[in-house]
Design a protein. Structure first.
Length: 585
């Protein structure tokens, strides 16, 4: 029987961490099942060597990075978990050292050739037995082995001049969802390549596997297109352009860390920059003041009735497709504004040909004509924003299209009940740019008058306020009220950081460490085996994760005063550690 089958048959039902309070460190995200021994700590040799059953350059390099970081950092947890007395099952004690020094890690991968794509098997098993002198990792694929090394990296601590594992340990682990992601936006403000790579590094440490890169928008076109070099005339500057080598570098960096890079070129809405330089006739309402034709400046939408649109779209899409190796390509389709097309003579004439035509028919025309263009590789799947079905209502969208739902929870139920696969990005829970006020200027809503109180106080001066804290992210049950069949269509979840007020200087602080809360909820869940929120038992681990990010040079924001790290649960709102149990199960 194959390794992956053994895992599924023996442990797939386990969805909660089995933690032991006797150890000072537990990893984030919590493994699906972790069992600690109690025979004493195990010393790890600083010259730990790798024995790799099936040759894999990706795993070999990952091991070298992992162990180099462990040795250089000499990490000891900044925040440890010490539950209240009623929760202590194994008391804290001074550990005896077993006397065995582990000098080798064995990694056995069933199939090293399976590519990193949506739904790949990411499971692994990690065992360190007392007295064995070896660490054993087994995985179905390369990508599970990478996750095992990430867990291993978090378990090793430096104490009394030695690298130790606190106790023997056995872990079985696999994600609950195949898509666990972050969306970044380089269209509103340019993001330096090094900062994009930094996000990938942090993602890999907490097992997030999907970077959704919203590359362009109506404001700027920052990506080199060889067929149409004039498109980057709409970049903010010649220095704020991603070369095709930059794209390849990002894709390669993500791949060796188990992070898929999913590009988004937003069409036909949010489309002005770049396209207008090739042919201004394919862009509608680009020169109209934005409040008449768009949700934000600058306006502009591709014209679905102009045949030149599709030739240019195909050229650009084919060129970009060759740069990204993921089977998924995001093609936008959100926030199409009917008023924009009122300024287009050709669209008005198209409507006049049949007075029954609506914006839904116009969007369906776009869907019908672009689907053959977008499906340019055998395994291609498209992602679109839910608007194409839920708001603008194209009449026939293939069930093979993945829909990204950003609006209310009822939309997820609506879409999954229709048979669509869905990625959940609820603005009420997962929009990281919310609560920082808006960016449009001369805005009278900020004037201190009673009519503006709700906007400023409840919404924090932004349409989607208030700020989404790590607890708001962690405590969201994004499959609530779904049937089992509907739940099977939820591929996972993704936080979104739109960049109207984000650039390279602040992106890391806006994402980390609160996004680690999503990493855990999508990997092993946010509830214990009884169905209760386990928020109390992630707090110290997410605090520690933040300190770890800072220690390796990733400037994540603090979540609490340091007092809270050093005094576990002293900063809880309630001394009653079961208070959250009232809200679930």
């Amino acid at each position: 029987m194959k390794f992956s089958s053994v895992l599924r048959s023996s442990a797939i039902a386990l969805q909660s961490i089995v933690s032991v309070s006797a150890v000072v460190v537990n990893p984030l995200p919590a493994p699906r099942n972790i069992t600690w021994g109690n025979s004493g700590s195990i010393e790890i040799s600083p010259s730990l060597s790798l024995n790799l059953g099936n040759a894999s350059e990706i795993v070999s390099q990952a091991f070298e990075r992992t162990w180099e970081r462990v040795v250089d950092l000499k990490w000891y947890p900044a925040a440890i978990e010490q539950p209240l007395a009623s929760y202590v099952t194994t008391p804290y004690r001074k550990r005896d050292v077993s006397g065995v020094v582990v000098s080798r890690i064995n990694i056995d991968i069933e199939d090293v050739d399976i590519p990193l794509q949506l739904g790949v098997d990411e499971s692994y098993k990690l065992d360190v037995e007392s007295g064995s002198g070896e660490i054993s990792i087994a995985s179905a694929t390369t990508w599970g082995a990478l996750h095992a090394l990430t867990t291993f990296q978090q378990l090793i601590i430096y104490q009394n001049g030695s690298f130790i594992l606190e106790e023997p340990v056995s872990i079985w682990d696999a994600p609950l969802y195949p898509h666990r992601g972050i969306m970044i936006d380089s269209g509103r403000n340019f993001l330096q390549k090094k900062k994009i790579l930094e996000q990938i590094e942090a993602m890999s440490l907490c097992k997030l596997n999907s970077l959704h890169w919203h590359i362009d928008d109506s404001q700027s076109w920052p990506i080199e297109i060889i067929k149409y070099p004039e498109m980057t005339e709409d970049a903010y500057s010649a220095r704020e352009v991603y070369t095709q080598q930059d794209i390849k570098d990002v894709v390669a960096y993500g791949k060796v860390r188990g992070v898929r890079i999913i590009p988004e070129i937003d069409m036909p809405g949010h489309s002005r920059a770049g396209w207008q330089k090739v042919n201004p006739e394919i862009v509608s309402c680009a020169d109209i003041f934005w409040t008449e034709s768009a949700v934000e400046p600058a306006p502009g939408q591709l014209n679905p009735v102009n045949n030149d649109t599709y030739k240019i779209v195909q050229d650009v899409y084919d060129e970009l497709s060759a740069l990204f190796d993921d089977n998924i390509f995001h093609v936008g389709a959100d926030e199409l504004q009917e008023t924009c097309y009122n300024f287009s003579t050709s669209v008005r004439e198209w409507y006049a040909e049949d007075e029954s035509r609506t914006i839904s028919d116009l969007l369906q025309l776009w869907v019908d004509k672009t689907e053959p263009i977008f499906m340019n590789t055998p395994d291609r799947r498209l992602t679109m924003w839910e608007d194409v079905v839920m708001t603008t209502h194209a009449r026939n969208v293939s069930k093979n299209v993945i829909l990204q739902s950003w609006d209310v929870a009822s939309n997820v139920k609506n879409l999954t009940s229709q048979g669509y696969d869905v990625i959940v990005s609820s603005y009420l829970h997962f929009y990281l740019d919310c609560g920082f006020s808006g960016f449009v200027t001369n805005d009278p809503r900020y004037i201190d008058v009673p009519a503006n109180d709700d906007f400023n106080e409840n919404n924090a001066g932004s349409w989607c306020g208030p700020y989404k804290s790590w607890q708001r992210i962690y405590d969201y049950d994004f499959t609530q009220n779904l049937t089992e069949t509907e739940k099977s269509h939820v591929l996972g979840a993704e936080v979104c950081l739109w960049s109207e007020q984000v650039d390279s200087a602040v992106i890391t602080q806006k994402i980390w460490p609160r996004t680690a809360a999503l990493a855990e909820s999508t990997w092993s869940g946010n509830k214990n085996a009884e169905g209760y929120f386990r928020t109390n038992f992630v707090s110290q681990r997410i605090f520690n994760f933040r300190e770890y990010l800072v220690a390796i040079g990733i400037d994540a924001s603090p979540l609490v005063p340091k007092f809270c790290l050093q005094n576990p649960h002293a900063c809880d709102l309630y001394q009653n550690q079961t208070i959250l149990f009232e809200y679930d199960a």
